[in-house]
Design a protein around this ligand. Sequence first.
Ligand code: SAH
Length: 354
Amino acid sequence: MTTLKDILLKRIAHQGPMNIADYMAECLMHPKYGYYQTAKVFGADGDFITAPEVSQMFGEMLGLWCAVRWAAMGKPASFYLIELGPGRGTLMADMLRAANAAPGFGNAVKVAFVEASDQLRAVQAEKVPHAKWFDRLADVPDGPSIIVANEFFDALPIHQFEKRNGKWLERAVAAEGETLKPVLVPASAKLALLPARVRAAADGSIAEVCPAGLSVAGDIAARFTHHTGTALVIDYGYAISAPGDSFQALKAHAYVDPLSEPGLADLTAHVAFDQIALAAESKGGVCSRITQQGQFLMRLGIGARAQQLATSVEANGQERILGELKRLTAPDEMGELFKVLAIQSPNLPSPPGL
Ligand code: SAH
């Protein structure tokens, strides 16, 4: 049976080492053997769990945020609620349930999913049957929009560099027999995307850039210069980019070597929020402060929602809800590592929670 590893070994034999971005793209998005095409990815029985799968409260808070933004945008009679990388569709379903409490929202909203995986599109269709699917943000028709991206940017391919004797080299994947192994090759032009402060790091440092993420941030902002809109980006990563190796692979909730099982483990990297914000601003977007997820959710009132839910359930349900609240907001859980950034049209008031 052919595996993704066979395909990669053949490619490396013909073309030489592949950079980390190409490796990551193949592992996640290969049309037949890519991770998102094949795996049972999210939830307690998957490889990792995301905030909307932890608790309905996450989507409810984001849904209310969207309703407030829709009002700030002048309650357009028709607008796109666009989600980038919607996973199982849980977040959208929870957001819509909460946002529909705002009179008029339900009639105005058109759901657009930007999703690369056919397998996940089918899962999403069960939760949100009236959605429309697109390959890229640029394919979503013009018009006012609210964009939400939770754990989307961390899945976009990164380039990695390593500094040796005062010079940056690029990390790549080579083969030794049947084993994939890391090597260093001359740095590609993507090195120029590294912020000067990171480029000045000491010998031995590792640094990362995500050109695909910067390009999506630019596309979001460019859209908002033509049509009113707000985006909410939530992910784990750096508020201020720093050197470091954040390329990681998760399988069954455990870390594995990113090169050991191509296509069978989830690959991600930390998101550099300052670079995302700069890319958006360079295309005319206005950015909020970069805020920790715990603070953001508490400011939106997740504490009150948890209290309300906890009083409405049976006794052991109360423990569960308090546990979920802690998971989403505590500094040693998702509260601090996860950051939130809003990008919006120049003429809108500041968003809540940030
Ligand atoms: N937002 C969801 C899922 C996060 S996983 C949640 O919070 O649970 C990442 C999601 O992004 C998956 O749906 C994956 O298929 C999608 N994805 C990753 N890279 C993509 C790309 N380049 N274009 C479109 N979708 C992508």
